[in-house]
Design a protein around this ligand. Structure first.
Ligand code: ADP
Ligand code: MG
Length: 696
């Protein structure tokens, strides 16, 4: 019975090879696929009442064409106008069509034959919202009153789909309506008992209701059913994957010798926070277990993740193993290298740095030493992932600012030597569900406490002049400042030039007399390192930089952060940038200089002024951008959710989780006949991605 839905979309009227190829672009091959191509929005297309149009929704009315004409223009836009008498409104309305002009053919040929005096039409369009009454309306769609297809498009909640050029909304809508006629054949993978327990619609009802809801309630119930199904599948996959990971055995064992950890603690210069101690314990427990660790360490900017990472790596080194410490940028890797050298001063730990900027000779020597086991901790960027990098005794990989890396890169590092313990760290908290969706299985540790003695950072919006004035005032009392520019263009040369021009302008203008230097991502590595160490050492007052300083830099004496064109940065980046200051007792200020062009950009800046709480910022970021974009997962195809929202569907997710546990506790391999369909769908979705071998 399911066979009908497996037929190609070409089975639908009006879909030939060309359009089938366009459908393919949307990931649609079969009739079933089309049913699962969910709308991104719905539009209320009830017939519009006379009176103010209000808002920017569509205007929908029925009218008879009185006259029609093409309006001559010289521009590339061709205009067609028709006057219609609209009985419901007792008005005459001007309907206007715009088309791109063509010299080769008459773009209005079809309109001229259809929209002509005497024709009775439905019009869907947009009107100037300022008009008290609609007088003129820009037409988006029109249908003949007697055309039965009009019922699909008019007088109801109408779906708006994600689409691609060449597939118009009305066309897609009609194809979906056509496929929905077969919705009864869609197989319900949810066991009936579960559907009853959670009061979920049958799949065919939900499919109809998601595309053409008859009410808001029906829409919400349909969405709930479909989202639940996705979350249940995801949860089943996690639990199975978890079982698999937990069952894996690692060949290595760690013993808590304290030969390095004890002296490290002694020479640290500060007491660990209670949160750091707790988290280190959690990590050690994982590392000492016979199964590989996958742990996410989240902690706001400045919460002291690096020290935790060092402790974990020392446990590995104490046991004669190697550790890798991977950071997303050269600067951050370099900074970690210094930090480690400082904290491990005098201890028998051999650390090395490997980035693509390390000179060839040095690089070869490092690789040699690494291969011979003469390096204990290798710090670096993506360069660590190259094939040439061979660790004979790698047992622990730490990845800093994990959101900067793709899932695949993490997998590569992990697979260098298997099985390796993996610790990923992030300052951008991600909801647990999303984290699970990315890793299949992981445990989460949270640093929910800041090291003591931090002064608050006040965030302001202001003009450049105001901000630079504050920079001068702070430098006078001995503090330092950052001035950060967004990456200006994709082109290296333009970028460099723009940063240099800005730098000169500031140095000779508002900042004259101060020790100001430029730091740019494309400067030679040696020069960059030199500028950085002079800034850290206090020999530079103001560092003008592109966003290379975004993550990780640690200069406690810096008290002002000026972000130029702040509207061009995302929320997480702004929060990271602000995190470069407020690392000591000095009161700090962050200045956002910007003229935001969009409501979202304005909102981002507002949020930043309102709060310094990274968790709230992370949530807002998810709300504004959606999880896929934040983690760069949509393009990797790592996340298979189409309709469930891991932020707003948290309650539903909890239910799905409970149900998934129940199902598996009774039927751990989904072998029962009632679970056969679930199992099949699960394998289709997650087998390739996660390798759910237990089920295959
Ligand atoms: P992040 O979590 O953003 O990576 P870092 O590891 O860079 O934070 O730590 C921020 C700063 O706080 C560093 O200068 C670090 O040396 C310092 N620090 C870390 N832990 C403590 C602590 N327990 N007490 C005092 N300072 C600390
Ligand atoms: Mg850090």
């Amino acid at each position: 019975m399911e066979e009908t839905l497996q037929r190609s979309v070409r089975y639908l009227r009006g879909v030939g090879p060309k359009r089938a190829a366009l459908f393919e672009r949307l990931g649609i091959a079969s009739l079933g696929d089309i049913l699962f191509h969910f709308p991104r929005d719905w539009e209320n297309r009830a017939e519009t009442a006379p009176g103010p149009t209000g808002g920017n929704g569509p205007v929908v009315f029925r009218g008879r064409v009185l006259s029609a004409r093409a309006v001559p223009t010289r521009s590339s836009l061709a205009i067609y106008k028709a006057s219609l008498s609209v009985p419901a409104w007792q008005e005459t309305i001007e309907a206007v069509w715009f088309k791109r002009n063509s010299y080769r053919y008459d773009v209005f040929k079809k309109l001229k034959s259809e929209v002509r005096p005497g024709a009775d039409l439905w019009i869907v369009g947009r009107a100037e919202p300022s008009l008290v009454r609609v007088k003129e309306c820009r037409v988006e769609e029109y249908y003949f009153i007697e055309d039965t297809r009009a019922n699909i498009h008019i007088g109801r909640w109408t779906p708006v789909y994600p689409s691609t050029e060449g597939l118009s909304q009305p066309f897609l809508r009609e194809r979906v309506a056509g496929a929905l006629a077969m919705a009864d054949q869609a197989v319900d993978i949810l066991p009936a008992s579960l559907r009853q327990h959670r009061r979920l619609l049958a799949i065919s009802q939900a499919l109809r209701g998601i595309h053409f809801p008859r009410s808001r309630v029906e829409l919400e119930e349909s969405r709930r059913r479909l989202a639940y199904e996705e979350l249940l599948l995801l949860d089943l996959a996690w639990i199975l994957k978890q079982g698999q990971t937990r069952a894996a055995e690692k060949s290595h064992r760690y013993e808590l010798r304290r030969s390095l950890l004890a002296p490290f603690r002694r020479q640290l210069g500060f007491e660990l926070t209670a949160a750091q101690k707790r988290v280190i314990n959690e990590i050690f427990t994982d590392m000492q277990s016979p199964h590989p660790m996958t742990r996410l360490l989240q902690g706001d900017v400045g919460s002291g993740k690096t020290v935790v990472a060092i402790a974990a790596m020392l446990l590995a080194v104490e046991n004669n193993y190697q550790a890798a410490f991977m950071a997303p940028t050269e600067i951050l890797a370099e900074q970690h290298h210094w930090t480690l050298s400082r904290f491990l001063d005098g201890l028998p730990v051999r650390t090395r740095l490997l980035t693509s900027r390390v000179a060839r000779q040095t690089r070869l020597r490092t690789l040699d030493a690494l291969g011979a086991g003469r390096v204990d901790i290798l710090i670096g960027t993506h360069a660590l992932l190259e094939d040439a990098v061979k660790f004979p005794r790698l047992r622990l990989a730490v990845i800093d600012e994990q959101h900067r890396f793709g899932v695949r890169q993490r997998a590569t590092l992990r697979n260098k030597n298997s099985p390796v313990d993996l610790l990923v760290m992030t300052a951008t908290p991600i909801p647990r569900t999303l984290a699970l969706a990315l890793y299949g299985d992981l445990s989460v540790s949270t640093l929910d406490e800041m090291p003591p003695g931090r002064a608050a950072t006040a965030t302001h919006r202001g003009s450049e002049a105001q901000a630079l004035e504050r920079v001068r005032e702070q430098v006078v009392i001995g503090r330092q400042a950052f001035i950060v520019y967004p990456i200006i263009s994709e082109s290296e040369r333009l970028d460099l030039k723009a940063a240099q021009v800005e730098f000169e302008r500031l140095r000779q203008g508002a900042l004259s007399g101060l020790r100001t230097e430029l730091l740019h991502g494309r400067m030679p590595g040696r020069r960059k390192a030199e500028v950085m160490s002079r800034f850290v050492g206090g020999q530079i007052d103001v560092l003008v930089a592109t966003s290379v300083v975004e993550v990780g830099m640690d200069v406690p004496n810096a008290a002002v952060m000026v972000v130029q064109n702040a509207d061009r940065f995302g929320l997480a980046s702004l929060h990271q940038l602000r995190g470069r200051i407020g690392r000591s007792r000095h009161a700090c200020e962050c200045w956002l200089v910007a003229t935001p062009q969009t409501p979202q950009a304005r909102r981002r800046l507002e949020i930043l002024c309102e709060t310094t709480d990274g968790f709230r910022i992370g949530e807002e970021d998810l709300r504004l951008r959606g999880p896929g974009e934040i983690l760069g997962v949509t393009q990797h195809g790592d996340l298979t959710l189409r309709i469930a929202n891991l932020v707003s569907d948290a309650d539903l997710q909890a239910q799905a989780h409970e149900d998934a546990r129940n199902i598996l506790s009774r039927d751990s391999r989904l072998a029962a006949s009632g679970n056969r369909l679930l199992r099949q769908r699960l394998l289709d979705l997650y087998q390739k991605q996660w390798g759910l071998i237990d089920l295959a």
